[in-house]
Design a protein around this ligand. Structure first.
Ligand code: BGO
Length: 271
């Protein structure tokens, strides 16, 4: 059986470099349907039954730019067996924003922390065990340019794809937002597969237009989401999308605080 793995990440995270390392000459290039955005697919070296789809470089899974829509629709509609999320380790905060969103899709996933050569050259370290625990997925340090960590990454990605179920999606928001999301999830009844519930609860809470469109026949869920959203917006005196973004960055800051050490930090001084 053919397995599908999607490669997702920010622009300039090293996605093309990694795609080339993973697939070698086994690539085909076309366009995504209806748009002039390049679509690259390839076969994983040494694994002829594993296809790698290179998604456009994106900063978030909002449905606003063509690149975001392509990546998001591919992941939602095709539900690949796994996602490799390439993260520029020298730009953790910005890159982890997308990572936390991808994790909500309920698709098995591996974080590939790239540019580790740059990180090390700066005298910094990234603790992948901490990232892995906080993200609820394997995290592997790599340098796509120097071809290091690739074997470990492939093993982790194939392992995730074979399991077919994602790890438990971490509850990264504060108590009020988490309880709002639980209320929205409860309104789905049996209509949404359990691995997709959190994604749709967050999107409906945010008032995401594309998610609302896919729930147009489920008026109960839309009404529940609206009621919960309005209540939270009044409580926070802010709009739902900003509340979610703010709390997402809060969680990312706590992850980085634990996982990213700069030169001279946390060294014991003996007097
Ligand atoms: C240029 N380490 C280092 N040091 N650099 C890396 C790594 C890594 O692990 N991985 C990728 N790069 P893309 P997207 C460049 O092209 O794969 C570099 O957008 C240059 N080019 O070599 O294109 C990679 O597909 C001139 O750098 O990313 C590339 O995600 C001077 O990161 C850049 C310096 O990689 C982006 C760099 C003419």
């Amino acid at each position: 059986m053919v397995m599908k793995i999607a490669l997702a990440g920010n622009p300039n995270s090293g996605k093309t470099t990694l795609f080339n390392v993973l697939t070698g000459a086994n690539q085909s290039v076309g366009n995504w349907p209806g748009v002039t955005v390049e679509k690259k697919e390839g076969v994983l070296r040494g694994h002829k039954d594993v296809k790698i789809a290179d998604l456009p470089g994106i900063y978030s899974l909002a449905p606003y730019s063509p690149e975001e829509r392509i990546a998001r629709n591919y992941l939602l509609d095709e539900r690949p067996d796994a996602i490799i999320n390439i993260i520029d380790g020298s730009n953790l905060e910005r890159n982890l924003y997308l990572t936390t969103q991808l994790a909500e899709l309920g698709i098995p996933m591996v974080a590939a922390v790239n540019m580790i050569d740059v990180v090390k050259k700066r005298g910094e370290t990234i603790d992948c065990a901490v990232l892995s625990k906080k993200l609820g997925m394997p995290a592997v340090e790599i340098s796509a340019l120097k071809n290091s960590g690739i074997e470990e990454l492939v093993i982790a990605a194939l392992g995730a794809a074979e399991k077919r179920v994602s790890g438990e999606v971490k509850k990264i928001f504060g108590r009020a937002v988490e309880s709002a999301l639980a209320e929205i999830e409860a309104s789905f009844a049996g209509e949404v597969p359990s691995c997709e519930k959190r994604w749709y609860a967050i999107k409906l809470f945010e008032g995401d237009p594309q998610a609302a469109e896919s729930f147009k026949n489920n008026k109960g869920a839309l009404a529940a989401a609206k009621e919960v959203r309005e209540r939270c917006e009044a409580e926070f005196d802010d709009d739902a999308e900003s509340i979610v973004t703010g709390e997402r960055y809060g969680y990312i800051a706590s992850m980085i605080h634990e996982a990213h050490k700069k030169q001279g930090e946390n060294l014991l001084t003996v007097t």
